[in-house]
Design a protein around this ligand. Structure first.
Ligand SMILES: [Zn+2]
Ligand SMILES: [Zn+2]
Length: 181
């Protein structure tokens, strides 16, 4: 902290020195404080702007949202036909492709989080707040101006070790059953 010390000589009692410590901080903001104020203001304005939620893909305003507004599936989709894991966008593409090919049924795709069929699963099985998942928001190695948050979130859901393990167990159990037959 920057302190300016000054003193005043008392006219009537010249031997008496009165020290007045003037705290500079009130009227002289340091460079660092000004920078902080600027950042706070930018953050405040940013929270009033419309954004696309990378989890539920709905447009939201950070300042106006309430818990439960965001409904999404926190995992990935499994293609039974292709024995392959897919992100939300990839699963949607599979459905569009099936339609274009004239198939009367959507491909058998399952959300690993809740086990629901992709075409009938609706918005999601988990509720929360829109925006980046906490563990991704904390990451300082990602440049969010250059990177598409939707792609990063879908990849993180695809690689979620908890659901990868769940799928692995399901497949292992299926194989055991087939062997018993
Ligand atoms: Zn789900
Ligand atoms: Zn959301």
């Amino acid at each position: 902290m920057l302190l300016r010390k000054s003193y005043q000589r008392n006219g009537r009692a010249s031997s008496f020195l009165k020290w007045i410590v003037v705290d500079d901080i009130d009227f002289k903001k340091t460079e660092q404080q000004l920078q902080q104020l600027k950042e706070d203001e930018e953050k405040r304005l940013d929270e009033e702007k419309e954004k696309l939620c990378p989890k539920c893909l709905v447009v939201y305003i950070p300042k106006k949202q309430e818990f439960g507004h965001c409904v999404y599936h926190p995992a990935f989709v499994f293609s039974i036909e292709k024995n392959k894991t897919l992100t939300l966008n990839q699963a949607e593409q599979e459905c569009i492709l099936a339609r274009l090919e004239g198939k009367d049924r959507p491909p058998p795709l399952i959300w690993i989080c809740c086990g629901k069929e992709f075409a009938q699963a609706g918005q999601g099985c988990v509720k929360g707040l829109c925006g980046l998942p906490e563990e991704l928001a904390k990451r300082t190695d990602i440049d969010w101006i250059q990177t598409d948050p939707v792609t990063v979130v879908q990849q993180s859901f695809l690689n979620n070790p908890l659901y990868q393990k769940k799928l692995h167990n399901i497949i292992a159990n299926l194989e055991k059953k087939h062997k018993r037959r």
